[in-house]
Design a protein around this ligand. Sequence first.
Ligand SMILES: [Zn+2]
Ligand SMILES: [Zn+2]
Length: 239
Amino acid sequence: MTQIAVDLHMHSALSPCGDKEMTPNNIVGMSMLKALNVIAVTDHNSAKNVPAVAHAAKGLGLQILPGIEVTTKEECHILAYTPDIESVLALDTILYKHLPMVKNRPDYFGHQYIMDEEDEIVGEVDKLLISATDLSVEALKTIVDEMNGIIVPAHIDRKSYSIMASLGFIPMDLKIRTVEISRGMSLKKARESFPVSPEIQMIQGSDAHYLEDIAEREYFLDVPDLKRDTLLKYLGYFR
Ligand SMILES: [Zn+2]
Ligand SMILES: [Zn+2]
């Protein structure tokens, strides 16, 4: 086993709240500078910058775990990770259909830039990505399962947009193996504060919206290699 440094939760300029400097090449460059081994760019309800991030990381030894931070109809933020770019884009397409017809107002919420591997802006998503989808956590789990992906409830210690705030507990039938705790809280305190089964492991991510907030080598996973499948097996139970 090797300890690998990860940051599995951050936002690119595709998220309206993500800084415009959060471009594919800047994210990869900063992650290399920080000597991270695996990152996941998890924009709100969309994966449209994941291909450019993966392209930018090619040949650098930095693994990109495809992911999205999904807002369910219960207003829970759930991180969904998939084994490949194709499946995360398929999830993106499904989520777009399940977002309400609310247009983004860039002047108010911020731009939702789609970028290519040269960091050129090639488009903008029209629907507001920070809306809640009409998918329940359970429905999302079913969709992600079919893609051989896994879900990780995000920042469960937060008083809003978390599974603990919305549901008050983690339903057993979701077969969750991993939950995320926000950066500001210690794992020890989180264990004491939340009635989460001891079988459920806790991880942390930066939830960076700005380049300088991307994690240092501070969050580690004990896995034998950097393969996406290895990472997904570690984070989820039944793959
Ligand atoms: Zn969130
Ligand atoms: Zn986030």
